[in-house]
Design a protein around this ligand. Sequence first.
Ligand code: GSH
Length: 215
Amino acid sequence: MIFYATPLSSYSAKVRIALCVKDLPFQEIQPPGGYRSESYRAIAPMGTIPALQVDGQLISESEVILEYLEDRYPEPPMWPQDPLKRAQFRFRARFHDLYFEPLVRRLFAHVPASKRQPPEVQHIRSELVHRIGQMRHWSMAFVASSTQQITLADCGFMVNIPLAAQLLSACGVEDPFPTSWIDWWQSGHQHPAVAKALAPWKQATQEWLASQISK
Ligand SMILES: N[C@@H](CCC(=O)N[C@@H](CS)C(=O)NCC(=O)O)C(=O)O
């Protein structure tokens, strides 16, 4: 399998978690010419990362890639078997992509001090906390699981909750999230496969923040 991704891409990190939890062999390649480029669009028409090439065929969209991996490599399972429970996990994954991550994305523009708009940062923070409040009705999969297994519903949050906290902190916001959420992702990051999957993303994120913060 060829995995088109970059170290800094949070959606790539989300998929890399599942590849590592399932211990699958894959070759990670940066999109030639960068994402959105003509040369990469010749491979992946959407121009987005992540993308997965399997037997010469391409799959785009992180959530679709995760579900393909689960269908094709069901061990260890990252979804429950029961259809109703599975639907609830799917809801969490969809909630992350549609309602949580787009808020996190908006913080990037405020990291350079010269471009920061503190009222907008505070607004995004309160929206994030509001969304977290909504999610609390569906306890997080990893914490709820007695087996401490990582599920597909965890992959996006494992990346974007700590990313949101880091971005808010870089924008001068202290203690952005409830302690239980910090405990949740820190315990998830100790899972050896998650730690391996997130190592390149953590380093790239640190480097990016260091390069932007004083701009
Ligand atoms: N919905 C997409 C979002 C992926 C995404 O936004 N990737 C970014 C990099 S992290 C990207 O490729 N951006 C280029 C673009 O949107 O044209 C997915 O889940 O795969």
